[in-house]
Structures are given as C-alpha cells and as structure tokens.
Design a protein around this ligand. Structure first.
Ligand SMILES: *Cc1c(COP(=O)(O)O)cnc(C)c1O
Length: 445
C-alpha cells in the first residue's frame, strides 16, 4: 500500500464531492441528491437478501431418482429414460435427432470426431469462451485458430473469419456465448462458401433462437452442456443435436463402444468407439428440469430486457448486445462492459468489490484463452511436434493474437443466470446498486 498516494486520492475525492455539493446548491432540484454511503465504505447495502438459488428441483424429481435407484437399471443399456430424454430434447430443440452424453466437453469431442476433424486440421474458434471449446480442438490434435471478437456482442466477429481460413481449415466452432447467439447467417454462409463444417457450441444457449430456430440446430451439429450451473442442469451431462440422422447414429455408435446404431451397421463393433454414455440418473433429472426451462427462459428474457433498459442509461455501462437475427436469448450470464473512465477511474476490480458489498454477486469473467499456457504446452508436446511442421507452428504463434478480446476481458462484468429468475424488484436492486456506485465514483476512486 502506498500511503501518501492514498492520502492524496482521498483528498481529491473529498475535494470533488465538495465541488458536486457546490453545483447542487445552485440547482435546487438536485439539492437532496447526496448519494447514500457505499456499503464497501461501511454504508448500508442496497440488498441483504439472497437472489434465487440454483439448481431448483421438486418432490417429483426426488421420486424419479429413487425409482431409478430401486429399479437397478442405472445405465442406459438397461433403461429407457435416456431414450426418452433424447426424443423430448430433440423435439424441444426442433432438431431431427439428439444424443445424450456424459458432459458438454465430450459432446464437443464427439462432434469433432464424427465429422472427421483430427491431426493437422485447423478449427476456427472465438477466444472469448470456456476453456473446453479450445481444449477439445487441441485434444483432437488440431489447431484452434482464434477469430477475434466483436466487442458489442462478445461473439466471434464474422467479419474476421475469412482472413483466418487456410488450406488446413476444416470447421468453424462458433460459441453462443453467455447464451446470446453468434451471427449464424454469416457463419453458415462462410462455412458453405469454403466447405467447412459448422459445429455450434450451444453449451450456454439452451432455447436461444436465431430467426425462430433453436441454437444448436443451425449448423452441422450442436453441442450442449448440462453441468450444474447451466440453464438445464443435471450436475454433469451433455447432448449433441442435428438434422443429419446418419451423423447422429455415428455419435451414438462412437459413444457406445462402437456398437451398431441405426444406419451404423455391423456385427460386433461397427465403428471404433469409446464410452461416453449418459446415465439414467442424468436423464431423469433432465426430464424434470425440462418442465421448467421454457418458463424460466421467458422470465430471464423479461428481466434481462428490463435490467438493460435501466442500466444502459448509466454512463460507462454497456450491456452485451444481440445481433438482429436473435429472436430469443438464453441469458446463461447477463453481461455488460464497464468503462472505468466514466466511473471516475474506479477500476473494474474495485467496482466488482463495491457491487458485491451492495449484495450483488458478480464476476469479471473470462481471461484471454489464446494467451493461456496450455496452448504453448500443447504446441511443444510430442503429438503436436509430430503432427505439425515447425514452420506451421511458428505461423500459428505469429497470428495468434486478439487485441479486441484482450480489451473485452478487462471490461466485462457478469451476473449469473439465476439472478434473473426472481421478481422485477431484484433487477431494480441490481440497477440501484450500480447507480449507487456511479453516484459515489468520486469517493471510491
Ligand atoms: C460448460 C461449457 C462447456 C463444457 O461443458 P461441460 O459439461 O462442463 O463439459 C463447453 N463450452 C462452453 C461454452 C461451456 O460453457
């Protein structure tokens, strides 16, 4: 701690408050506008009650799990619940077919595998995403080539995709990040033009829609996660959806030790496979959760719209935008960009601490994935050294920067999806807390 500096800052803060008061005296309408003391400085917090909790379940969910336990049919081969889940999820997602699997990471790994993406290939990915989007490409012995983001939407910038395509590019892996849709019209058009596969990472985007079509149903394959925090949770879990049933049959066969499935025919093992089967328990929890997800999605959308209408008026707060084509958001996270310049230079970290002190849970979100050590570790691994020439790896390193994303990662603020499930008054608390910090920016700096 630098004490002289602090003293100086406090002096400046006190001076600026004085200035504000002087202005107020000449403007009677604002005379009473002395902001409440921030909770981080010992004032009363805006909110002391918790927000909605997550996950949510009921008696029927408990009974369905116990009935599976008592049946002794715990794995999918001896029960029907996973099949039922797949039928219902495909219907809900307006897709021809669905396959349940252990988790979202393995859904993505399976999608890459059945589409034939592997050693030496390149897959276009955004840098602003959960680590799994990138690690699955590396684990397939392929290079994740980062396409910088559009800062307004936080998505892979469609205008920057084509410049990253090389003779090795095999697929585009857009992520509907935070539950908001990537620009699927432009991504699919580029995919078609360059004969690339399009795999949607819809792990955060259950029920989000692009021009009325569900996330995950717009590309060659769409992958979902049902991890505890996701909008449709089962602790762990995942699914792949698609409209090419033969491709989904391959997914089934691959994740069930290579046994024949539908159009994948053969005696014994029809296809080299592995075991990534969903359990009966996971499917039972999902059947229960599916009863509430549509209603939850409506509530999140209504609350997000209202919250945006309130906080977009606060200088320095810019909510994540959706592209025109999005007809419904999933709001797995509610995000905005925070500009310290408009908040009296209160740093984002200080802003987050102040917001938490007001009783509003929040976080700073992703760090730049293209700069993570796992990338270089993998490039220097034995597999990669064998699969790629030194020249290709050097070229990869050279083009591996995403300055727009670097900046976004310093600006983002996230609120988790369950905070959007309460009454509208909860949104007012969030907005009031942000406004309170803004009003106190001079003394917080
Ligand atoms: C959660 C998530 C995954 C991985 O899902 P798991 O079920 O946790 O393996 C992949 N991509 C994104 C964008 C995610 O949010």
């Amino acid at each position: 701690m630098n004490t002289p500096n602090l003293t100086r800052r406090h002096f400046l803060a006190a001076a600026s408050v004085g200035t504000l008061a002087a202005v107020s005296n000449r403007t009677p309408a604002y005379a009473a506008a002395q902001p409440a003391k921030p909770a981080i400085l010992g004032g009363p917090p805006v909110r002391t009650r918790p927000f909605s909790s997550w996950p949510i379940w009921d008696q029927a969910d408990e009974e369905s799990i116990i009935s599976i336990l008592r049946s002794g049919n715990w794995f999918r081969g001896r029960g029907k619940v996973v099949d039922e889940f797949e039928t219902q999820y495909a219907r809900m997602m307006d897709a021809k077919a669905c396959m349940g699997t252990v988790n979202g990471t393995n859904a993505l790994l399976t999608a890459l595998h059945v589409l034939g993406i592997g050693i030496g290939d390149e897959v276009l990915v955004p840098p602003y995403t959960f680590v799994a989007t990138v690690s699955v490409v590396l684990m397939s012995n392929a290079l994740p080539v980062f396409v910088d983001v559009d800062p307004r939407t936080f998505q892979m910038d469609p205008a920057k995709i084509e410049e990253k395509i090389t003779e090795h590019t095999r697929a585009i892996l857009p992520v509907h990040i935070l539950g908001t849709m990537a620009d699927m019209d432009r991504i699919n058009a580029i995919g078609k033009k360059h004969t690339l596969k399009v795999i949607e990472d819809a792990c955060q985007a259950h029920l989000a829609e692009w021009k009325g079509k569900k996330a995950g149903s717009l590309g060659d394959l769409g992958c979902f996660s049902f991890q505890n925090s996701k909008n449709l949770p089962s602790g762990e879990g995942g699914a792949i959806i698609g409209n090419d049933t033969a491709l989904l049959d391959k997914c089934h066969s691959f994740t069930n030790c290579g046994r024949s499935h539908g159009s994948v025919k053969g005696r014994g093992f029809a296809f080299l496979g592995t075991n990534r089967r969903m359990t009966q328990y996971q499917a039972a929890i999902l059947m229960g959760q599916m009863k509430r997800i549509e209603k939850d999605a409506e509530i999140r959308n209504a609350n997000a719209r209202y919250l945006t209408s309130r906080i977009e008026k606060i200088p320095g707060i810019t909510p994540q935008k959706a592209y025109q084509g999005q007809t419904l958001g999933a709001y797995h996270l509610y995000a905005f960009r925070y500009d310290p310049e408009q908040f009296g230079r209160v740093s984002r970290d200080k802003f987050l601490s102040a917001l938490r002190a007001e009783g509003i849970p929040c976080s700073s979100g992703y760090r730049p994935l293209n700069k993570e050590g796992i990338i270089e570790d993998t490039l220097t691994s034995r597999n990669f050294q064998k699969a790629f020439s030194a020249e290709r790896l050097e070229n990869y390193r050279r083009q591996n920067n995403c300055p727009v994303n670097d900046k976004l990662c310093t600006e983002a603020v996230w609120l988790p999806q369950w905070m959007l499930l309460g009454p509208k008054a909860d949104m007012d608390d969030i907005a009031d807390a942000i406004q309170k910090i803004y009003d106190n920016r001079q003394i917080l700096a």
